[in-house]
Design a protein around this ligand. Structure first.
Ligand code: ATP
Length: 294
């Protein structure tokens, strides 16, 4: 009975996941602020020019002594390609994303960046090459300028403004009382969710990393704001290797690879057309949910 029910349960969870926020991803971001217990190896590598090829070789992962969350994942992502991660809550989308910047170590197997095992790379150097845009954006108490410059501390004013323009943030910033010198964060002016997100996108434009991790959840935004944010995210992911926890059909359809993750592992892998032809979980979801939208 269990086996019979599984696909249905998966489908239901899958649908829910398109509607609710990203609990896993939020958990994953909590770790950003904690002190890493991961230390650099002796003779670890400082990366020079990074192309952004990411390879998973037989990657398995478990958080503790309980079950494996990921088992034997193999994946090759060429520079500039997009991988869309979809699947029910708890399937492991956020976990995959947190292994790439080494918030956790793989239990077995290897993750490589440009054919170098990420455990052989200096942690700071690895993370310098990875940009992250999440749903809940943290702005610290300071000016808009300072908040964007956080992406690249030695950036000039011109560079900050250029990044804000790319992120569709410049216009609203110019309408704030003191423009780029406006105080935000605690006790500063209140920005909308979409505005905060665009500031965080500007940070990543400024940082200009070859690898990108995106949480596409935009449920907290109104339609207009969502459209603008989506547009800047699309621009941001151009020419960058992108792992996106995807919620929009257009993102999923355009991805080079879609990974359908369920609690049994990678249920399916392929592009939109291939997965439709597979006639599996993805095809059922698509036919049930999306066949009459763009
Ligand atoms: P969601 O759509 O809810 O964000 P997800 O697909 O991102 O889900 P993950 O958050 O990666 O899934 O979770 C995969 C599994 O790992 C789940 O069973 C989850 O309970 C478990 N898990 C996630 N984070 C931890 C953690 N820090 N410690 C132990 N188990 C965890």
């Amino acid at each position: 009975i269990n086996t019979l029910l599984n696909p249905i349960r998966t489908l239901i969870n899958f649908t829910e996941q398109f509607q609710k926020g990203m609990t896993g991803f939020e958990r994953f971001l909590d770790i950003l602020d904690t002190e890493p217990d991961i230390v650099d190896k002796k003779d670890s590598i400082e990366l020079k020019k990074v192309k952004g090829k990411i390879t998973f070789k037989n990657v398995s992962f478990k958080y503790d002594d309980s079950r494996y969350v990921l088992e034997n994942i193999n994946l090759n992502v060429n520079p500039g390609e997009t991988v869309a991660l979809v699947g029910p809550s708890g399937g492991g989308k956020s976990t995959i994303c947190s292994l790439i910047p080494r918030f956790y170590e793989v239990t077995q197997g290897q993750i490589l960046l440009d054919d170098i095992d990420i455990r052989d790379i200096k942690l700071r150097s690895l993370r310098k090459n990875i940009g992250i845009v999440q749903q809940d954006v943290y702005l610290f108490a300071g000016t808009v300028m300072e908040n964007i410059r956080y992406g690249k501390p030695d950036a000039t004013e011109e560079e900050v403004i250029e990044a804000a323009k790319k992120a569709n943030a410049h216009d609203f910033i110019m309408e704030l009382e003191n423009g780029y010198d406006t105080y935000v964060g605690e006790r500063g002016v209140k920005l909308s969710g979409g505005q905060k997100q665009r500031i965080s996108i500007a940070r990543v434009f400024l940082k200009n990393p070859p690898v990108l991790i995106l949480d596409e959840a935009t449920s907290a935004l109104d339609n207009e704001s969502e459209k603008i944010v989506q547009e800047s995210l699309e621009k941001l992911s151009q020419n960058r290797t992108t792992f996106v926890i995807a919620h929009r059909l257009s993102t999923i359809k355009n991805a080079k690879t879609i990974l359908v993750l369920t609690d049994e592992g990678i249920a399916e892998k392929g592009n939109h057309q291939e997965l439709l032809n597979n006639n599996g979980v993805y095809a059922r979801l698509y036919n049930a949910q999306f066949s009459d939208v763009n």
